[in-house]
Design a protein around this ligand. Structure first.
Ligand SMILES: Nc1ncnc2c1ncn2[C@@H]1O[C@H](COP(=O)(O)OP(=O)(O)O)[C@@H](O)[C@H]1O
Ligand SMILES: [Mg+2]
Length: 290
């Protein structure tokens, strides 16, 4: 049995992860039984942050793959370099190891970002590695995974537009962990930490920024609200103004920080700028910020 409480505390302290105690406990537990981890959650909930912290905590090599529809099996596994094959034949020297093969040979974390964007043919090339720890490379060899090989994958919620569903076979090989938005208090701490806020106004700036993104998530005019990145960008920008009390400055910074991070519902009469402006004003006009 591992001491999960101690491990979780160490991860939080060492890698400045705020909160996520429950989820980290689940992750440590999963790792302790050598299972593969699939972290699901909206953009900005901390999937990448947690994955990197875990890999570093276990002192692992970190091999990262960012998925797209163009990611083919050879990008993941590896391939023979034709000129080398002609010169030397099908030997190890002619083979360019991909991240999966490298992680299996050297041991370490294979981090597969947005795995749901991976084409099915590429998904299939992962199957035997994931459950038997074996990777067959035709004409070369069969790789047996190092004992410290493990996989962390992330995906956006399957309800998302434009997200393909992960194949059943692959899903079956992962332990699933879900990340929801953190509490406003935790988000405020994250904003302060990640925006390096240290002026006398740090608390106020972080709270206003958090309140603004919170409303973008609740507004009926907005289909997709802002992740915490919006608040981190907003807070970082506002500290660069001479006057962080001016509503004009807050509006300008909020439009810059949030414009690309939110998506409006169809058929609205208001523009995105107007909607952001109204949200900023509503937050600034709350009595606590007067
Ligand atoms: N619990 C947390 N503690 C500290 N920083 C966090 C936490 N969650 C998210 N962040 C920060 O928020 C931003 C978005 O997180 P990230 O891991 O990139 O999200 P995702 O991969 O889910 O899109 C990053 O700057 C990250 O460092
Ligand atoms: Mg990420």
């Amino acid at each position: 049995m591992v001491d999960t409480t101690k491990a979780v505390k160490e991860i939080q302290d060492k890698y400045k992860v705020i909160g996520r105690t429950e989820e980290l406990r689940q992750i440590v537990l999963t790792h302790s039984v050598s299972k593969n981890l699939l972290i699901e959650g909206e953009v900005g909930v901390g999937k990448t942050r947690l994955s990197k912290a875990i890999a570093e905590f276990y002192d692992s090599n970190f091999y990262r793959v960012d998925c797209s529809e163009e990611l083919l099996p050879h990008n993941l596994v590896g391939y023979f370099e034709p000129p080398l094959v002609i010169a030397k034949g099908y030997i190890d020297d002619s083979y360019k190891y991909g991240p999966l093969a490298l992680a299996m040979v050297n041991g370490g974390c294979l981090f597969i970002n947005e795995i749901n964007r991976m084409p099915e043919s590429t998904q299939n090339s992962l199957l035997t590695s994931l459950d038997e720890g074996i990777l067959d490379i035709p004409k070369l060899k069969s790789i047996k995974a190092h004992k410290d090989f493990f996989v962390i994958a992330t995906q956006n919620p399957t309800a998302h537009v434009g997200v393909t569903v992960l194949g059943e076979a692959l899903k079956d090989r992962f332990i699933w962990i879900n990340l929801n938005y953190q509490s406003p208090e935790e988000e405020i701490s994250i904003i302060k930490q990640e925006s390096n806020l240290n002026s006398g106004n740090a608390d106020k700036i972080a709270i206003i920024s958090q309140n603004i993104i919170q409303i973008t998530r609740e507004s009926t005019s907005i289909r997709r609200g802002s992740s915490i990145r919006g608040a981190i960008d907003l807070a970082t920008l506002i500290t660069q103004y001479d006057n962080d009390n001016s509503s004009k400055n807050w509006i300008e910074a909020a439009v810059m920080a949030l414009y690309n991070k939110i998506e409006l519902e169809d058929g609205l009469t208001q523009s995105k700028k107007e909607i952001i402006t109204n949200i900023v004003l509503a937050v600034l006009n709350k009595s606590d910020f007067q």
